[in-house]
Design a protein around this ligand. Structure first.
Ligand code: ATP
Ligand code: MG
Length: 365
């Protein structure tokens, strides 16, 4: 799949921007703070339906304005699409797919699949469990619309349950919450199990390639409940919430469940979080991100768009080359601060955009 054209109005530091992209490699070059990441953020919004920087919709509206607009059109195997978002300070966002208003966000997931790789992702192994959960969830949201819905519901109920726990309440409402949590939670866990299984196989192959056979990566899903069927996970999860209620009341929050899940990543048999060097952790992060792309290809039959924000300078030459070599059939958006950074690589087809203070000029085609 690819995005042909992007238009944004009052989005971050852009008042009005309309650009046409190449099917292959798109390079955004510009000094710091000119608007490169903002373009990637708009592109990623099409797939993730939110900012990858963790910002609320309101924060991406241009300062001093009330509304922001994003429109993109592009092409997938099943046909062309136009996706529009109207973000507002006062009201809920409006979404249109092919000119038709969409009321449920989950219906537009999967129109665009995107994978973003930014410097923060290089810390995927080092940072807290929430970062790794987000990595899994972002992927599953795009692939399984129901997942997004269940995850949202789960998080809402957890908040409600925690509110009661803080008041040291253990009543029938808690029981209703536990029922709901096991229902939503079992769906989340089962999907995560399946995803991590695929991730584990693909990343093993990729990691071997990237490291020239020197390193072996293996990934384990750390969760409180593991089983093969939805029904069994649900039952065990329900029991788990019940068993921990005294502890939960003492702590004032729900201490067990899929909201505490993590990935444990081993490199050559040892826990990478504690023992891997910075370079090894970055390479592993690269393997995981590239695996994400392959999983999307496997599930949808098409590669997602790939957004590479400032990652070239963070990788050594061998990794940079490997990364660029693996992008042949993938529409890629790459940000750099100077064209010198990529002089050493040969690209057949590319389009270069000069980004300067919220404006963009095509440099060469
Ligand atoms: N809501 C907003 N309204 C207006 N301007 C904003 C808004 N949010 C961020 N900006 C501005 O957008 C500018 C460009 O940001 P961006 O992150 O895209 O820069 P960049 O080109 O990626 O820079 P770097 O090379 O440092 O990563 C920032 O200077 C910031 O002040
Ligand atoms: Mg940037």
């Amino acid at each position: 799949m690819y995005v042909k054209e992007l238009e944004v109005i009052n989005f971050r530091n852009y008042s009005n921007l309309k650009i046409e992209f190449a099917k292959g490699l798109n390079i955004l070059v510009g000094e710091n703070a000119q608007g490169k990441t903002n373009v990637l953020e708009a592109l990623n919004y099409l797939g993730a339906l939110k900012s990858h920087r963790g910002n609320k919709d309101k924060e991406i509206i241009k300062w001093g304005k009330n509304k922001a607009y994003i429109r993109a059109n592009g092409s997938r195997n099943i046909g062309d699409f136009t996706l529009e978002f109207l973000l507002s300070l006062e009201s809920k966002k409006e979404i249109k797919l092919n000119g038709i208003k969409i009321n449920k966000t989950s219906e537009v997931f999967g129109t665009v699949n995107s994978v973003i790789f930014s410097p923060e992702d290089l810390r995927l192994l080092k940072d807290g469990p929430d970062v790794r959960r987000r990595f899994i969830d972002n992927e599953l949201n795009q692939l399984k619309p129901k997942y997004h819905h269940y995850l949202n519901q789960y998080n809402k109920v957890i908040q409600e349950r925690n509110n009661l726990l803080k008041q040291r309440v253990n009543n029938t409402l808690i029981d209703i919450y536990d029922e709901q949590l096991s229902e939503f939670g079992s769906f989340i866990i089962l999907n995560r199990i399946e995803f991590i299984k695929k991730l584990s196989i693909i990343s093993k192959l990729l990691h071997r390639k990237i490291t020239n056979g020197k390193e072996e990566i293996s990934i384990q899903y750390k969760t409180d409940v593991k089983d093969v069927s939805l029904k069994d996970i649900k039952e065990k999860l329900y029991r788990l919430y019940k068993e921990n209620i005294a502890e939960d009341i003492k702590k004032g929050y729900t201490s067990k469940g899929p909201h505490r899940d993590d990935l444990i990543i081993f490199i050559n048999g040892v826990d990478a979080k504690s023992y891997a060097s910075q370079g090894q952790q970055r390479t592993a992060a690269l393997s995981l991100k590239l695996s994400e792309i392959e999983i999307i290809k496997g599930e949808t039959g098409e590669y997602p768009i790939l957004l590479l924000d400032d990652v070239m300078s963070e990788l050594d030459l061998i990794r940079q080359k490997y990364l660029l070599d693996s992008l042949k059939d993938i529409q890629t958006f790459l940000t750099i601060t100077s064209l010198n950074d990529i002089e050493k690589f040969n690209f057949d087809k590319k389009r270069v955009f000069e980004v300067y203070n919220g404006t963009i000029n095509v440099k060469e085609i």
